[in-house]
Ligand binder design. Structure first.
Ligand code: SP5
Ligand code: ZN
Length: 358
């Protein structure tokens, strides 16, 4: 299987996220992607490719051009304003109620205010290299797409930063540009076919859902921790099924605390049935491994065997598949879990022999 990777992700190396009023070590680290790369390289069955630059048109096909412009200039403006912090965090968010009944008000004149207009949480700091890394993650995804359009059965894009929490005009959840949504939109434009997205990250992909909620040509299926207890809290409910032309093209499958391999795979089968019933020949997978039983920030109970089986069941759809990395935070087993998912997809057997005992 081909795998696309860029070392540019190393330039996105924030140190902190906010949790319960304290700055803690950020879970979304460069080491995550390096652990995955090493596991796939050690396997020997993955041929690595470097991304090709695709420019900004595929990004502004889904995101507000003003958000792209903000991310491109944020670091320069932060420094020009005399700020000295090495990570940019929002502190004030213009919720609609802040200016209720008062009209839109001014565009912010300080970068401290600007970030609150775009970033929806306090866990997604920007650093000097964030924009370059996020741009390369998009190119990784689009290059994986190109390879599939060129005839590859399945291709893995080692995207970092991840993407599925980024909406049309908002970023957060460790995500800046929505890599999977950008690929899905580009696929629709290039092939004229409908496209299905399967999102198996622990967290609901609120950004991807938002982008395609009213679209009949893109199916969004997500398995995730129930938003009644899990981030991003405000989207991902089973009763959200789409709107307008997109009615029936969103399928949310919220999972209970402690969800086992068996319960998980039963839910996956429901999602795969919906995908099989939807048109199109290409599938985009948002692959998060934060469903793992040992993930430090999530609460399901999956084991490595489930990842191989999940990849195997996705392969049974018989569609060309672009697999893009999202979350997964138990770094010691992250590479092997991704590798086993891809082994399942590729029709190879599982390999549990390289899981370090930690
Ligand atoms: C791509 C991705 O997986 N993004 C996830 C972003 C999660 N951000 C912070 C979640 C805060 C919830 N903290 C729960 C702590 C339980 N110990
Ligand atoms: Zn996640």
């Amino acid at each position: 299987m081909r795998a696309v990777y860029s070392p540019e992700h190393l330039r996105h190396e924030p140190k902190h996220e906010m949790a319960d009023g304290e700055a803690i070590g950020i879970y979304e680290t460069p080491e995550r992607a390096e652990a995955i790369r090493r596991a796939l390289e050690a396997d020997g069955g993955f041929a690595f490719e470097t991304p090709i630059e695709h420019g900004t048109d595929p990004i502004t096909a889904v995101h507000d051009p003003a958000m792209l412009g903000y991310l491109e200039g944020a670091w320069r403006e932060w420094i020009a304003a005399g700020e000295t912090a090495v990570e940019i965090f929002p502190d004030t968010f213009p919720l609609p109620a802040l200016r209720e009944g008062m009209g839109a008000g001014r565009v912010p004149r300080t970068p401290r205010a600007s970030i609150g207009m775009w970033c929806f949480d306090t866990a997604t700091p920007m650093v000097e290299g964030t924009y370059a890394a996020a741009r390369d993650a998009v190119d990784v995804a689009l290059t994986a797409m190109d390879l599939v359009l060129g005839g590859e059965r399945s291709v893995y894009g080692l995207c970092r930063p991840p993407g599925h929490h980024a909406a049309r005009a908002m970023f957060g959840g460790y995500c800046f540009f929505n890599n999977a949504a950008i690929v899905a939109e580009e696929l629709v434009r290039r092939t004229g076919e409908p496209v299905a997205i399967l999102d198996v990250d622990y967290h609901h992909g609120n950004g991807t859902q938002q982008l395609f909620y009213a679209r009949g040509d893109v199916l969004y299926v997500s398995l995730h921790g129930d938003p009644d207890r899990a981030y991003p809290y405000f989207a991902g409910f089973a009763e959200e099924t789409g709107a307008g032309a997109g009615e029936g093209t969103t399928l949310n499958l919220p999972l209970a605390l402690g969800c086992s391999n068996e319960e998980y795979l039963a839910n996956l089968d429901r999602g795969l049935e919906a995908i099989a019933a939807f048109g199109g020949s290409t599938l985009v997978v948002s692959l998060g491994i934060d469903t793992y039983g040992r993930d430090p920030i999530c609460d399901l109970a999956l084991t490595t065997e489930a990842y191989h089986e999940a990849g195997h069941r996705v392969a049974a759809l018989g569609r060309s598949t672009i697999v893009l990395q999202e979350g997964g935070y138990f770094v010691p087993h992250l590479g092997e879990n991704v590798r086993n998912w891809l082994l399942g997809l590729d029709g190879r057997g599982p390999d549990l022999s390289s899981l370090p005992e930690v």
